[in-house]
Design a protein around this ligand. Sequence first.
Ligand code: ADP
Ligand code: ADP
Length: 229
Amino acid sequence: MIRFENVTKRYRGTSKPALSEVDFEVLRGEFVFLVGPSGSGKSSCLRLILREDTPSEGRVIALGRDLRTMSTRKVPYFRRHIGAVFQDFRLLPTKTVSQNVAFALQVIGASRPFIQQAVPEALSLVGLTGKGKRLPHELSGGEQQRVAIARALVNRPQVLLADEPTGNLDPATSADIMQLLARINLAGTTVVMATHEAGFVDQMQRRVIELSEGVMVRDESHGGYGDRR
Ligand code: ADP
Ligand code: ADP
């Protein structure tokens, strides 16, 4: 589903690479935690998968496409198959919950009847039935993240990327979001989640890929946050 082949990423104007020869493969249906301290390269990995950036060396294959040779023209079509959620939710503040979710379908030219059916379905999936007419600032942080998840899933992507999705939430709300992501994974969506929440990683015992200063130091199929090889 996602393959990193000896990926090195250097940002302009920096001496040390953000990623050094990172090599892994994520299979269909997996739940993968990407762990490591701040600055270890987790977001860089996710940006490469979304083709928001390209490697300096090596290659990234996602959904069977070589992202190095993919033309810029094809990137928006490719991204339809990948949902993404972030620590800061990134909702459109002047649009309602329903409009935020519908927007993801409007930009790909989905029909009105389809949107009218898909939006309530997505909101129901994340437990927000009845909140469609609210504005983001009228919701709690956890609810806002649920809207972001609904928006990411309404296209039925094969992969969901989550970059510190619980980073702005209190522990109880974070646990709810974690449970929701686990449920989404059980339903068949591949999930890659960058986090430094040790508790969830320990609890879930899923695959853990650990980065340290851009180097992959661990890839464990059922690991905790701080386990050693
Ligand atoms: P993490 O998500 O684990 O916090 P990042 O992928 O954001 O790590 O960052 C990895 C390293 O790359 C850090 O040293 C960071 O400062 C650097 N970095 C990230 N983005 C850029 C950028 N656009 N330009 C220069 N350096 C960057
Ligand atoms: P992180 O702090 O997780 O490393 P960044 O803030 O560096 O993430 O942003 C990652 C990518 O998302 C960048 O390509 C940036 O242009 C894009 N981005 C940042 N903020 C927004 C936003 N509000 N809406 C859409 N894209 C955004």
